[in-house]
Design a binder for this molecule. Structure first.
Ligand code: ATP
Length: 262
């Protein structure tokens, strides 16, 4: 991995980029995953590379939705495996929810590698190696799913999913929780609930919320869900971007001249 100095002003973002590159090199992530990461980075830049108040609230709602679920499933793709494998395993173990390896550009080799990585981190149940059914309405390569996994889940967490698959899951009457930095993506707009945040920040935050809320009564969890509206969450994310852009323009970069350089 390229060494990034800790003093670099955009250290966290560059480390994340390096992790995805490493994922491609080790065969966890597809080459297309680099482009997805680039698009995510652009939106993260606009958001100010921080968890916004609205994303934080959405994360709490997501935790309550997952805790109320009868059969939750957490989807893992190549970017997720490169960035937050350990955190996804922790989340899965906390919720007693299986992980399902769910790849857009599926190869058996990548599925095996990702499944092994998750098991090495202590995952109790990893699905997806033998996808035995299809999601209706998608072309063959993108439609694969697992009975007892995403097919039968009532709540599915889909970090970085493609819009078509998100739409199909919603049409199947599932509650779909997306983690997506782009509030305008089809996934973000189709999902039941979207956390507009970087997965590297959203996942630890989600684990903390699940731990905080677990043990709460059903009534209390339902109270957390009360009044949330995905469209409003996306509007707030766009508003956060707008405010951040205004702040950037209002505070021009100040350069101090170094006399030693003349
Ligand atoms: P859609 O079909 O939903 O419109 P898309 O074609 O815009 O999706 P893809 O290339 O399929 O997008 O997937 C990448 C999505 O994942 C983008 O919306 C991007 O913002 C998001 N993304 C990429 N990296 C991250 C990350 N680290 N954290 C959260 N979201 C990310």
């Amino acid at each position: 991995m390229t060494k990034i100095p800790k003093s670099h002003p955009r250290y966290a973002s560059l480390i994340t980029r390096e992790q995805v590159i490493e994922g491609v090199k080790t065969g966890l992530t597809s080459i297309q995953g680099l482009i997805a990461q680039g698009r995510g980075e652009a939106f993260d830049y606009l958001l100010g590379e921080r968890t916004t108040t609205s994303a934080d609230k959405a994360t709490k709602v997501a935790a309550a939705m997952l805790l109320l679920a009868r059969q939750p499933v957490l989807s893992v793709n190549g970017n997720v495996a490169a960035l937050v494998p350990k955190e996804m395993v922790t989340l899965s173990n906390e919720l007693k929810a299986p992980l399902e390896v769910n790849l857009f550009h599926r190869t058996e080799e990548r599925v095996t590698k990702i499944s092994k990585l998750l098991r090495d981190f202590g995952a109790e149940k990893v699905l997806g190696e033998t996808q035995d059914t299809i999601l209706p309405g998608l072309d063959h390569s993108r439609s694969k799913a697992t009975r007892g996994g995403i097919l039968n889940a009532d709540v599915v967490l889909i970090p970085l999913e493609d819009g078509d698959r998100c739409e199909v899951l919603v049409k199947m009457a599932k509650k779909v929780i997306a983690i997506d930095l782009n509030p305008l993506s089809r996934t973000a707009r189709m999902a039941t609930l979207t956390i507009v945040d970087n997965i590297v920040r959203a996942t630890p935050n989600l684990i903390a919320s699940v731990r905080e809320l677990s043990g709460s009564s059903t009534d209390k969890l339902q109270d957390v869900l009360l009044g949330y509206n995905n469209n409003f969450i996306l509007q707030q994310a766009i508003e956060e971007i707008r405010k951040n852009l205004d702040r950037q323009i209002e505070t021009p970069v100040q350069l101090e001249f170094d006399n030693n350089l003349f």
